[in-house]
Design a protein around this ligand. Structure first.
Ligand code: URA
Length: 446
């Protein structure tokens, strides 16, 4: 295989043959192609894209790189959800336990922080002792015990995505529809699930901010899912401002736990309820979305969803007491506040800049081998549409390294906009792909 020739072909905008894609991914995963050549190919794909056939081939290549879970022995509906990435997006920590408490089997394989967005694995690892690197046997054991297991890509499971994901994170090659689609769908297909709900983000904090791109990304992933016989429903949701109030790993864990206790912020709670209801419908565990929403509310109110999360935390080596006593989670030494310079209404909290500010504090990586600070981040006390008085607090910045704070504060200040007139926040869920609800779609899809 002529690796420079493959890079050159894509650089010049030509389609890659199936064998070239399969061979490249196989050899890169085995360590036979160095990161610098792979980074060059990723950048060529970023600029030249992949067509639907190439994207399907890339997904297939990544899927083949590792083992696939066989969940046929479990007689529960197997449904997962995955987000295309956002700022303050901690829904997996709520939805996984809630869906499992409602009777679904949820084998959730997630990622680390990517670009300016946070990752489920980094959030979970801020719980003392929590292990996200599981063997196949360990993953099966937790799944069998709890109906939910949460882990990351390993050398055994989705190894190609493990390497490509980490490389994209630090080479500015995340924001590509085919690369996102193949990354997500290869992991999800390897999970052995029957149904998948996709939370496709749109708005400033999304990897592809434009609604047309969110639609295209949804369609690409739906096509791949359909080709593999999976039921897939995408919800396009707003990411113009951070989701919920917290951004940063341990801070987001606290907010997710509060949401499991029924005390979460309104937008986060609503999105978790909607996504869980769609998962239940895809899994035929309910007959309508309304029934799904009611089921979500009941497992939150009864404490079953929180109990489920505590059980998974304990099974995966974490300290479940941290879900009651937040002082057991990492906390930052310093707090600075951003206040309103004048009275008005919050018109914008530009999500990408907020994510970048959180990374600048140490919540994310700038090199593959960099470590992160789980304690740092932001807490928003105001969201878009809220009225503010001059001098009132908008955001509290949690930091450890004083050398990093000035830049973060500057970024946050520049990302807050005020209006003298009332402002309506964007709708949380903008569209569904396909548009029919999941039941109608299943008939159409069959
Ligand atoms: N989530 C993933 O798993 N991969 C991406 O590329 C983006 C979001």
């Amino acid at each position: 295989m002529d690796v420079p020739e493959i890079i050159r072909k894509k650089r010049d905008g030509l389609a890659l043959a199936r064998e070239e894609i399969l061979g490249f991914v196989e050899r890169y995963t085995r360590g036979e192609i160095p990161d610098y050549q792979c980074a060059a190919l990723l950048m060529a794909i970023y600029f030249r894209s992949l067509d639907a056939r190439e994207t399907a081939d890339l997904t297939e290549a990544m899927l083949r790189s590792g083992r696939t879970l066989d969940l046929s022995a479990y007689h529960l509906p197997k449904v997962d959800k995955h987000s295309t990435g956002g700022v303050g997006d901690k829904t997996s920590l709520v939805i996984g336990p809630a869906a499992a408490a409602c009777g679904l089997l949820v084998p959730m394989v997630s990622g680390r922080g990517l670009g300016h967005t946070g990752g489920t694995l980094d959030k979970l690892e801020s719980i003392p002792g929590f292990k996200t690197r599981l063997t196949f046997q360990e993953f099966h054991r937790v799944l069998e015990m709890c109906g939910l297991a949460l882990m990351g890509q390993t050398e055994e499971f989705a190894p190609a995505d493990r390497k490509l994901y980490a490389l994209r994170d630090v080479t500015a090659t995340v924001e590509s529809i085919p690369l996102i689609a193949a990354s997500i769908m290869s992991k999800k297909l390897a999970e052995g699930i029957e149904g998948l709900v996709l939370d496709v983000k749109t708005g400033a904090g999304a990897f592809k901010p434009r609604l047309e791109d969110a639609r295209e990304l949804s369609s690409r992933m739906l096509e791949i899912g359909a080709a593999h016989g999976k039921r897939v429903q995408a919800l396009i949701s707003d990411m113009s401002q951070p989701l919920g109030n917290a951004v940063g790993n341990a801070l987001e864990v606290m907010e997710a736990v509060e949401t499991l206790k029924g005390r979460g912020p309104r937008d986060l709670t609503e999105l978790c309820r909607e996504l869980t209801a769609h998962m239940l419908l895809l899994g035929d565990a309910v007959n309508s979305l309304q029934e799904g929403r009611a089921k979500y509310d009941s497992v939150i109110a009864s404490g079953q969803a929180l109990e489920k999360f505590a059980a998974v935390v304990a099974e995966q080596g974490g300290n479940p007491r941290a879900l009651e006593d937040y002082s057991l989670l990492p906390s930052a030494e310093h707090q600075d506040t951003i206040t309103a310079p004048e009275r008005g209404y919050i018109a914008g909290l530009e999500a990408r800049a907020m994510g970048t500010a959180s990374m600048a504090l140490g919540a994310g990586r700038d090199r593959v081998d960099a470590s992160i600070d789980p304690a740092v981040g932001l807490i928003f006390e105001k969201k878009v549409g809220d009225p503010v008085r001059a001098g009132e607090r908008i955001c509290v910045v949690h930091s450890n390294d004083r050398g990093r704070v000035a830049r973060a504060l500057e970024m946050i200040r520049a990302a807050v906009s005020l209006s003298p007139d009332p402002v309506a926040p964007a709708p949380l869920i903008l569209e569904k792909v396909p548009k029919e609800d999941a039941r109608g779609w299943k008939a159409w899809h069959a």
